[in-house]
Design a protein around this ligand. Structure first.
Ligand SMILES: Nc1ncnc2c1ncn2[C@@H]1O[C@H](COP(=O)(O)OP(=O)(O)OP(=O)(O)O)[C@@H](O)[C@H]1O
Ligand SMILES: [Mg+2]
Length: 305
């Protein structure tokens, strides 16, 4: 069965594209057909991590209605079974897609004929970014260990839950049930998804349960990237705990990845990181993340001291 994962994050430069490219390569190496979709419209750079300097085709052709099937612009990469749908040729204005264009693109992504579809997103909590993130029911949030990391992660995860709830309530035509309370609550700064569900349960217990299940079905995981020194696992665990306590339980720590100057070195030498440095701590952490995402047991391959 096809699986779609989104890779997002509140801040620019946290490593979303690097992690998306690495996970894609790891999935493909195990024989699955994988496509990476660069949804950082207007600031794309996923192709750089895959050593595709000037992608000859891309998402622009689909948005401009030059092709009917998004898969027609999936480019082969140097990794067997790994393809890229690039947005490098998209104009800068495309970052502000119209609603109908966004819906059409999301539907095309859902229908891509691959085993794994990985969505690399731009930073921030713009509605388009949140909607692309929610195209997948499994999302990876990439953060770096800075003092603002908790705040940024908290804001992003909260936005994801609330966007999902609002959209689904509107689709089910029952937004009116709790609109007034939610609007009043937002004015007072109280917009926890748990409160949201509680209001809904009070109004209509059955619907409340349906929407609770909907949030339970969202699998959100954190990757702490570019970690140096002693911070290690602790910060990631703390962030996940804060989000689970104050937003909605279910957010999980996927992996902690070290700062590694060889990431940049791999780009310079025009190679995919996990291909060039397969036996490093960083590659092992990426491999563990890939296996956990696929719910497989990690295998010990680490050799680096
Ligand atoms: N673990 C790491 N160690 C060292 N450098 C890293 C690591 N992860 C990513 N980088 C470097 O950080 C920079 C930003 O990475 P990347 O482009 O993946 O971030 P991003 O979150 O996709 O950024 P944007 O929001 O602009 O799309 C790149 O130069 C990349 O090589
Ligand atoms: Mg990026």
């Amino acid at each position: 069965m096809k699986k779609i994962y989104s890779i997002g994050g509140g801040k620019g430069g946290s490593g979303k594209s690097f992690i998306a490219a690495s996970l894609g390569a790891l999935f493909a190496r195990e024989g699955s057909r994988v496509v990476l979709v660069d949804l950082d419209l207007g600031a794309s750079n996923l192709h750089t991590f895959l050593n595709l300097k000037n992608p000859p085709r891309g998402l622009d052709e689909f948005i401009d209605k030059k092709i009917a099937h998004l898969e027609d612009v999936a480019l082969a990469t140097s990794v067997q079974n790994l393809y890229l749908i690039s947005s490098a040729r998209c104009s800068l204005e495309v970052a502000n897609l119209f609603y109908a264009q966004k819906k059409k693109l999301i539907s095309a992504i859902e229908n891509l004929p691959f085993d794994y579809v990985l969505l690399d997103l731009g930073p921030g909590t713009h509605f388009n970014t949140l909607d692309f993130f929610l195209t997948a029911s499994e999302g990876v949030f990439v953060a770096t260990p800075e003092p603002t990391a908790i705040e940024n992660t908290f804001r992003f995860i909260k936005s994801i839950y609330l966007r999902k709830l609002k959209q689904s309530l509107k689709e089910a035509d029952i937004w009116y049930l709790c609109r007034d309370e939610i609007v009043a609550m937002s004015r007072n700064g109280l917009t926890s998804p748990i409160d949201f569900i509680n209001i809904l349960v009070k109004k209509d217990i059955e619907q409340g349960k349906i929407f609770e299940d909907l949030l339970n079905g969202l699998k959100l995981r954190l990757v702490m990237n570019k970690v140096r020194g002693q911070i290690r696992e602790n910060l990631g665990r703390q962030i996940v705990e804060v989000c689970n306590r104050h937003l909605y339980p279910g957010f999980d720590l996927l992996e902690t990845i070290n700062y590694d100057s060889r990431v940049y070195d791999a780009i310079l030498s025009k190679q995919i990181f996990i291909g060039k440095y397969p036996y490093t701590k960083t590659a092992v952490a990426l491999q563990k993340a890939a296996r956990k995402l696929k719910q497989e047991q990690p295998i010990a391959i680490g050799l680096e001291s």
